[in-house]
Design a binder for this molecule. Structure first.
Ligand SMILES: [Zn+2]
Ligand SMILES: [Zn+2]
Length: 159
């Protein structure tokens, strides 16, 4: 455990456990997450997962304990090649089965955006339903708004 994690942060928190599809990567979230579950409808999330949106939870990177071989993909080279001035970001994957465990945006270097579909079902149930939806302007067609969740056109903290 990192020395930066206070005993208070870790106390009384039952770790959340998850893994990739093939079981090569296993992980625990060992302290309370940094936020509440949210959905993201942005184009990157669609492409990375092959789905219509991602289901996520922001956790401190030092609370995410991973075992097994993983690969981190970064958008940096791809972004430069396209002359894109957007923010860099990346994702952590299983090199065997391709499951994405989390996104690692460069603008929040101390945090990871966990893809919560990789959690064990019983731990996923502990989280409850999403409280926010991001990039709703890029929501395509049929996904209905999550009842009771706040819908944002883009990323709501963008300054
Ligand atoms: Zn795997
Ligand atoms: Zn997204």
């Amino acid at each position: 455990m990192s020395a930066n994690l206070s005993a208070e942060t870790v106390a009384l928190f039952e770790p959340l456990h998850g893994e990739c599809t093939c079981g090569n990567i296993k992980y625990d979230i060992v302290a309370r997450p940094a936020g509440q579950p949210f959905l993201c409808h942005c184009h990157n999330c669609k492409r990375q997962t092959g789905s219509m949106f991602t289901s996520n939870l922001i956790v401190l990177r030092e609370t995410l304990k991973i075992t097994g071989k993983y690969k981190v993909w970064s958008s940096e080279e791809d972004r430069k090649a396209r002359g894109d001035d957007g923010k860099e970001w990346g994702g952590l994957f299983c090199p065997e089965c391709g499951t994405q465990i989390c996104a690692l945006p460069d603008n929040i270097p101390d945090k990871a955006i966990l893809r919560i579909g990789t959690l064990d079902p019983k731990d996923l149930m502990r989280l409850g339903k999403p409280v926010t939806e991001m990039f709703c302007a890029r929501k395509i067609g049929w996904p209905a708004d999550v009842e009771g969740a706040a819908q944002f056109e883009e990323w709501p903290t963008r300054g």
